[in-house]
Design a protein around this ligand. Structure first.
Ligand SMILES: [Zn+2]
Length: 273
C-alpha cells in the first residue's frame, strides 16, 4: 500500500513539474523557466512605469527618426506575433500592447518592458547608423521581453526581500509605488534611483540569439548584428554608455553571433522585403 501511495505521490509531482515546465519554456531557445511571477502583474507594473517615463521624457513625435523607430518596432512585433501564434506560444503575448517611442536623450540606451513597451533614446541612433542597426537593437530588446528576463529579475529581487508572489508585487505598487517603480525600471534596463543592474551573461546571449531570428523574420539583414555590437563594444572605456552597463558585452559575443548568422540568413532570405 505504502508503495502505491509513494508512486502516486511521484506521479503527481511529475505531472506538476511537467505543468510548470510546459508553461514556461522560452520560445526559440527552449530554456525552462521556473518560479516566475504572473506575467500579467509585470505587465501592469510595466505599464505604470512606462507611463511615468513618458510623462517626464522629451518624446520625439514627428520626423524621419521617430517614424523609423516605429516602423522597425511594428515590423518586428508583427513577425514575433505571427511566430508566437504559429508555434503555440500565443499565451505568452496575452496583455501585450506594443508601443514604440523615441526619446530625446543623449544616453546610449534602449529597452523593452513586459507587455511590449519600448523606448529608444536618440543617443543610440548614431551607433545604429541606419534602419538595420535599429532592427538589431529592437530585436534584442524585444527578445528580453518575450523571454521574460525582466520577470526573472523582478522575481529574484522580490525573493531576496522575502516577497515571492504577484500579490506581493501588487501590494508593493500600492503601498510603496516608488520602490516598485525602481524595481521595475532596474529590471528592464531603464535604470533608476537605486542604480543599474546588468543583464546576466545567460540573458544577454539568449536575447542575442532570439533577437537575430526576430530581425531576420521581419526582413532585416541579420549579418549586421555582429557588426553593430562591434561598434557598441568599442564605446567601452572609462565611461561606458548606459547600454553597456545594463547589457554587458559577453566575451565572444560577435563570435557567437557570427555562428548563428548562417541560419538566420535562411530566414532572412525567405522574408526579405
Ligand atoms: Zn540585452
Amino acid at each position: 500500500m505504502k508503495k502505491i501511495v509513494t508512486s502516486k505521490k511521484y506521479l503527481v509531482l511529475g505531472l506538476l513539474t511537467l505543468l510548470v515546465w510546459g508553461c514556461s519554456k522560452v520560445p526559440l531557445t527552449g530554456r525552462r523557466q521556473i518560479k516566475l511571477l504572473p506575467e500579467s502583474t509585470l505587465i501592469q507594473a510595466s505599464s505604470l512605469s512606462y507611463q511615468q517615463v513618458l510623462d517626464t521624457a522629451n518624446i520625439v513625435r514627428t520626423g524621419a527618426q521617430a517614424e523609423m523607430v516605429k516602423r522597425v518596432g511594428n515590423r518586428i512585433a508583427a513577425s514575433v506575433d505571427k511566430y508566437m501564434k504559429e508555434n503555440g506560444f500565443e499565451s505568452r503575448l496575452e496583455g501585450f500592447e506594443w508601443e514604440f517611442n523615441l526619446i530625446q536623450d543623449d544616453n546610449v540606451n534602449a529597452w523593452c518592458m513586459s507587455g511590449g513597451k519600448v523606448a529608444f533614446y536618440t543617443g543610440i541612433l548614431p551607433i545604429c547608423q541606419d534602419e538595420t542597426g535599429v532592427a538589431v537593437v529592437m530585436g534584442h530588446e524585444i527578445a528580453h521581453a518575450i523571454a521574460r528576463h525582466g520577470n526573472e529579475r523582478v522575481s529574484q529581487s522580490l525573493a531576496l526581500q522575502g516577497l515571492a508572489t504577484g500579490t506581493d508585487l501588487l501590494l508593493l505598487i500600492k503601498e510603496k509605488p516608488e520602490a516598485a517603480r525602481d524595481l521595475v525600471n532596474i529590471a528592464y534596463g531603464v535604470g533608476g534611483q537605486l542604480g543599474m543592474l546588468a543583464y546576466s551573461r545567460k540573458h544577454e546571449s539568449e536575447a542575442d540569439e532570439m533577437g537575430l531570428t526576430f530581425m531576420a523574420m521581419a526582413g532585416y539583414n541579420p549579418s549586421e548584428a555582429p557588426v553593430f555590437w562591434d561598434r557598441m563594444g568599442k564605446l567601452g572605456g572609462q565611461r561606458p554608455p548606459l547600454m553597456l552597463s545594463t547589457h554587458p558585452h559577453p566575451e565572444k559575443r560577435q563570435e557567437d553571433l557570427r555562428k548563428l548568422v548562417p541560419n538566420a540568413m535562411i530566414i532572412y532570405n525567405q522574408n526579405k522585403k
